[in-house]
Design a protein around this ligand. Sequence first.
Ligand code: ADP
Ligand code: ZN
Length: 728
Amino acid sequence: MPASAAPKALPAFDLLSPKPLDAARAKLDEVFGYKSFRLHQEGIIAALLEGRDCLALMPTGGGKSLCYQIPALVRTGSGVVVSPLIALMQDQVDALKDVGVKAAFLNSTLDRLAQDAIEREFAAGALDLLYVAPERLVQDRTLNLLARHEVALFAIDEAHCVSQWGHDFRPEYRQLKILATRFPNVPRIALTATADERTRQEIVTELSLEDAEVYVASFDRPNIRYTIAEMGSMSARERLWQFIASEHPNDAGIVYCLSRKSVEETAAWLSSKGRKALAYHAGLEPHIRAGAQTRFLNEDGVIVVATIAFGMGIDKPDVRFVAHLNLPKSIEAYYQETGRAGRDGEPADAWMAYGIGDVVQLRQWIAQSEGSDAFKHVQRQKLDALIGLAEMPGCRRQALLAYFGERLPEPCGNCDNCLNPPKTEDGTLAAQKALSAVYRTGQRYGVTYLCDVLMGKEDERIVRNGHDRLSVFGIGKEVPAATWKGLFRQLIAAGLLSADEEGHATLALTPSARPVLRGEAKFLIRVTRAPEKKSRREAKIIAKVSPQDETLLQALRALRLKLAAAAKLPPYVVAQDRTLIELAEKRPTDESGLHDITGLGASKIARYGKAFLEVIGQYKPHPMLNNRLASSVNQTLAAHLRGLDAEEIASEREIAVSTVYAHFADAIAAGLVEARAVLPLDDAQMDEILAAFERCNTLETGKLGPAHAALDGRYDFGVLKCILAELG
Ligand code: ADP
Ligand code: ZN
């Protein structure tokens, strides 16, 4: 812009000289090793640097911490962070120290001496960041301490704790209002992952943030793949094992169950399958629970099987899957629990299997709970919304976000329904049979009994009740019992049947059943999908690195465990998965190369850089795999190196044989392998093909069609392509 241009009213953050933001960017790279800010981080940081207040609403894993950590480093004085999660403070402070930030905390876990020492450090201006528990902060002693040294900013984390209506209400949070009057010139930022409007209003009023800039990030977690599996004929536990074995054979994850008993059984079952699986529920001794948590954080690939008690305040960023073996209570609960997966932004799974028993049991719990009728009504509605999500045929992410008031314009392409759209078919006749069975048996029985009647099972109880003489007895023999179970579940979800809530899991017709029974309305059913094929293919999409980098990645993981144990830190504090993946892919050879790796700031490079470089130096990829060809080509080559032939590779990778040959052709053209080594041809066949090439001028035209025809189509196009590649 020419210097003479008339000054305009600029948006507030443009008034900020570029310097402080440059300083913020420099800290981002130098300290944290990150190359760019995420959406909203920059705006929030700019506002705080200018001394304005902020309210940041971002989902878990959105990157809230940097929003106050960086301004605290850039501004003069120390940043003061209020957090209710005392158990996490030690970890947060350890992680900050590991990147070279001077951090400490004040809470009830410190003895007098340790507390005095930290207070002295703060007063001397020796701290960049001080974490304080809310009840501690509002004490006179602490407020006086804060007055003795410059405060760069106040960050109020988990700000929804101020909300009386929320499930995390903390009365001390309301006293934090005092910060606005005691420190009117210190910018304050409130942060939360709870998005609803009422909570937001309460935060603004209760914390005097009327003038704060509000930043609302999308609550979408695009790296999480949502899958809600129907039970089908397999038990939920078998489905779970199929999912874990194919998608996450070595990954850390959380499995949620409803009851303590099933927590213990499932943990034992996963252990028997060879996984490190630990039970966690409120009935276990505290030291056992603490032990499970420690192993989950400090070892690779641990699965915790838990009731919902587990997960609050677990900051582990590389939880690769969260599985539900039962329905959660509501969509809010589902979103919060699944949100613990993939905080590091890498691909993660939210997987759930549920059956009709869950619906019935949760309805009973609600009916028998203490609350008022209005309370029960709300709970029932919440459960119904979740069942609706589970049974819907459309994009799950669109539905989830819509529930939280956010619109996703296109289907996401990363949920089970997008990836493998369910088929619906006209199930009116089957629905009529099922509904009649309910009606004719007097609306007094549960699903198992009704299925037995439909299947014509000569059960003693059925005979005693005379139900073997009903017209519906045995009319469902042609389909398996599991299909009937699925149909009953869909009838309940669609509101045609209601489950009795007063104790027995009996089914009764609702008024909506009538039009279907009379043939006036159709009933569409979702056809249960076969999951096996799909999951293997997906496993490959999720595969983290190309095959040529896999051994190195394993070695780097092992190194990370070693470094973490030596530093007494969780492995993910030493280096996150993204960092290891980039190290394996880019293979830096010196310190300057390490600077380009995400997550490696100056302090980590100084501490761990040499060890990383050493391991990288030891792992040269196989010469055939040391290339820049597509990852899919290299997967084929890696399989070839394991001794598989084209047919075997095709079936293992679930791709066409001609695709395998096309991969070989690429490798041959790049001079990595010879045609003879990969083609199942003897000399006579080779000669025959070469002769045909000559007759058809294939080398000149580059077209394989004529030679293929001249050979009567006896050789796959891919085979011919390989030979052409070698000649060309
Ligand atoms: P939240 O507190 O919102 O749940 P965190 O602050 O823990 O999220 O950040 C989640 C993850 O994202 C962390 O692993 C963090 O290191 C990473 N992260 C945050 N900001 C960036 C960035 N600008 N670039 C790369 N990674 C980032
Ligand atoms: Zn989708």
